[in-house]
Design a binder for this molecule. Structure first.
Ligand code: OOG
Ligand code: NI
Length: 304
């Protein structure tokens, strides 16, 4: 098919391509990792990556949050799955399974804004109250280019550095979203289908560190679900120079890259390797893993 006929692509594909394109520009680690994988012969070219899932962050305030954001992907046939709660970080999250297996799962979290201090709440609301109705309701979701533009446009005015720093002290998550909004928080390289020597998170981490990639070590570099089926690791978020209101500049954390190994479920342990498909592997997420992965953008990790 002619690459130029992008309007003939399904809107979901246009949205995914737009997210990945901007994300790759913002996160130099992505191309460093993909190029190293090609150089080592792990994959034939950089298009041969299985994207396990992507993730977004939202603020739990009227007209925004998961209730608004999810409408986009529900429209494209994603299904809402399990709920997760992160008490210490004051977050809620859900994951969504894709309409077709070639699309990534989506993990969306939301800050429980009502539980923050009055000061942080009023800072957040001073920005988000500019949004007077659910912005997704006025979007034409069948127009992939419009949705792509929406996901990368500011929904509120540029924050001041002082508001950002005040939020950072109470909730690193709040500070991240006030500046980064709906930018893709991470994409996730599936490692279990890679060639032997690279198809576990433990081995892939070694490969990454050999190439100078810095990993999140909160709770250990490998996060493992209690059932042993889901192992994850992630890079430390890339720092970027952010332009705040009144011309102020400051280095803040942007997005990161994650790695996931989904092991074959016990009931399929006897299946021959060449018959193993996505549905035979551990699905979903794990709160204990996620809790530590969130910290990939936290100063405790980026400041290491
Ligand atoms: C999401 C952290 C959780 C996972 O796969 O469990 C996560 C975030 O940092 O917003 O990605
Ligand atoms: Ni993730």
């Amino acid at each position: 098919m002619n690459q130029m006929q992008s309007s003939e692509n399904p809107p979901l594909e246009i949205v995914m391509n737009g997210l990945m394109r901007r994300y790759q520009e913002r996160v130099p680690d992505v191309n460093i990792i993909l190029d190293a994988m090609v150089d080592e012969g792990i994959i034939p070219d950089t298009g041969n990556i299985e994207n396990d899932h992507i993730a977004f962050r939202t603020l739990g305030v009227p007209h925004l949050g998961i209730a608004s954001f999810e409408k986009i992907f529900l429209h494209y046939g994603y299904q809402k799955r399990d709920y997760y709660y992160f008490e210490g970080k004051k977050l809620d999250a859900y994951w969504f399974s894709p309409p077709e297996p070639n699309y990534p799962r989506i993990f969306v979290s939301e800050l429980r804004v009502n539980e923050l201090s009055q000061e942080s709440q009023s800072i957040i609301r001073s920005y988000t109250s500019e949004v007077k109705s659910d912005p997704v309701d006025s979007l034409d979701l069948n127009n992939g280019e419009a949705v792509d533009a929406f996901l990368h446009q500011p929904l509120w005015r540029t924050p001041t550095l002082s508001d950002y720093l005040t939020l950072l002290e109470e909730s690193e998550y709040a500070a991240w979203v006030i500046y980064n909004r709906y930018y893709l928080n991470h994409f996730t390289i599936s490692v279990h289908n890679l060639p032997e020597g690279y198809n576990t998170v433990a081995e892939f981490n070694e490969f990454l560190e050999k190439h100078g990639i810095k990993l999140n070590n909160s709770g250990g570099k490998i996060k493992e679900s209690p059932d042993g089926g889901l192992l994850q690791s992630s890079t430390v978020a890339q720092m970027l120079e952010a332009d705040f209101a009144n011309g102020e500049k400051h280095m803040i954390s942007g997005s990161y890259v994650e790695f996931a190994e989904r092991r074959v479920l016990p009931e399929y342990a006897e299946l021959p390797a060449d018959q193993i498909q996505r549905q035979h592997r551990r699905d979903g997420f794990e709160a204990g893993n996620a809790d530590k992965i969130f910290e990939s953008t936290y100063t405790t990790q980026t400041g290491k």
